[in-house]
Write a protein that binds this ligand. Structure first.
Ligand code: ARG
Length: 460
């Protein structure tokens, strides 16, 4: 069924129909379309714009259509332009004239704005749940590894010893911020555009407060032109998804590195690895690589939407139909990546021995050796120079600082005493770092307790 045949004298060119149609993708929100229409007719009847009989017939008809699409009994064919016309046509076919009254006081412009918002709102909540579950996995690893020593890096060079809990905690912070971004954008988007009409509201006495409440929005939107042409929330969401993907991608990059023969800090489980068709020894981190790769795709949605919107005059323009495929793809991609990532993380093995040996091997305690001298009265800049000499001495002899004899230490600086060994042990280096946010187990335990609290809160 066409919604607009009256003023036309010719049939639409088939290529034009195909190019214009959105049914192949907007059928994704058929449920939301029905939900929005039910709220609309309920309000129309309450306002005396529609009879109770028509309302009941429409609601029953819509529910029947919903059930039949869900069960596969009603196939969505390509004959219709979009999901709105598809559902309306089938309603009229099923209940006759009453069906023709559904669209009273409504335009597809406010209808599509509503449907997309309802769909997106649900997706924001689902994504938040997935992130929460990922945070639970991270917290579990943190709790088990407050004493697992590994090197921390800057410039991808070993820097200072940290713990695995501390490293995981950095990602906890990132995904926690991602959740807070989702919460923010949910609050900002949660205003109902229904009742805005094509762009200028309607002359019917619509109760927009009622439909907004019925559909669990905070309130109706306050400008009908903005209501039908606002896609900010999709850009907000794409931006939040881009950040989630960026965080996953950084994490994947580390997993890929740590899984190499050179690092051997972790082993990705067989169930999350793939093999090579030619090299029998290979076990590849394809899942981590794919997540890293798909990040570009989600960024693409953000750039694409920003570009589509930048030149649009008020109010609705058909360009806006381009929001759907992109955002649907970004949502499916991001959700899929979070789930796969969590599965990979839950099953991988941490090689604590390798992490520790790697921390021992890279002069990660050099700062602590300098701090030892400072505590014995040597100015920091001099201490820095002395430890630099120690490192050079060790490199030439393939030693770590802890492997030097006291005589060797004292030959470079007489300030060193027997307690230097204790002062530069990995345990001391980590456990003395107990400022808020530092890797020391005492500091970490407090942070872990606050994370536990955060995950238990329902609003978090
Ligand atoms: N499929 C359209 C979209 O996604 C629905 C709105 C159509 N409105 C119109 N004035 N042609 O944007």
């Amino acid at each position: 069924m066409k919604l607009w045949g009256g003023r036309f004298t010719k049939e639409t060119n088939q290529l034009v129909h195909n190019f214009n149609a959105s049914l192949s993708f907007d059928q994704k929100f058929y449920q939301e379309d029905v939900e929005g229409s039910i709220a609309h007719v309920t309000m129309l009847a309450a306002q005396g714009i529609l009879s109770e009989e028509d309302k009941t017939a429409i609601i029953n008809g819509l529910n029947g259509i919903h059930e039949d699409i869900a069960s596969g009994k009603l196939i969505i064919d390509e004959e219709h332009e979009d999901i709105h016309s598809f559902i309306e046509a089938h309603l009229i076919e099923r209940i006759g004239d009453a069906g023709k009254r559904l669209h009273t006081g409504r335009s597809r412009n406010d209808q599509v704005a509503l449907d997309m918002k309802l769909y997106t709102r649900k997706q924001v909540l689902e994504m938040d749940e997935l992130l929460k579950s990922l945070l639970q996995s991270l917290l579990k690893i943190m709790k088990e590894n407050t004493e697992t020593i590994m090197p921390g890096f800057t410039h991808l060079q070993k820097a200072q010893p940290i713990t695995l809990a501390h490293h995981m905690g950095a990602y906890f912070e990132m995904f926690k911020r991602d959740r807070s971004r989702l919460h923010d954008l949910f609050e900002r988007m949660n205003y109902c555009p229904l009742g805005s009409g094509a762009l200028a509201g309607t002359t019917y006495p619509l109760d927009r407060e009622a439909t907004a409440q019925e559909l669990h929005f905070s309130a109706p939107t306050l400008n009908s032109m903005d209501s039908v042409s606002d896609r900010d929330y999709l850009i907000d969401f794409s931006s939040a998804m881009s950040l989630i993907m960026m965080h996953l991608s950084r994490f994947c990059e580390e997993i890929i590195l740590w899984n190499t023969n050179e690092y051997q800090y972790i082993e990705i489980d067989d169930s999350y690895s793939t093999g090579s068709s030619i090299m029998p020894q290979k076990k590849n981190p394809d899942i981590a690589e794919l997540i890293r790769g798909k990040t570009g795709r989600v960024y693409g949605t953000l750039m694409s939407l920003l570009t589509t919107m930048k030149g649009l005059p008020l109010a609705y323009n058909k360009d806006m139909q381009e929001d759907k495929e992109l955002v649907f793809d970004a949502i499916d991609t991001t959700k899929g990546c979070i789930v796969l990532f969590q599965g990979m993380l839950d099953t991988l093995t941490f090689r604590k021995d390798k992490m520790r040996a790697s921390a021992e091997g890279g002069f990660t305690n050099a700062t602590d050796a300098a701090d030892y001298l400072v505590k014995h009265g040597v100015p920091f800049r001099d201490a820095h120079g002395i430890v630099g000499q120690l490192v050079l001495y060790c490199i030439e002899r393939n030693l770590s600082l802890g492997e030097m004899s006291l005589e060797e230490f004292q030959a470079i600086s007489p300030v060193f005493e027997e307690d230097i060994y204790e002062a530069i042990s990995m345990e001391t280096c980590v456990s003395k770092r107990n400022t808020i946010g530092a890797p020391g187990p005492d500091a970490m335990k407090e942070v872990i307790a606050s994370y536990e609290n955060y995950l238990q809160r329902n609003d978090a």
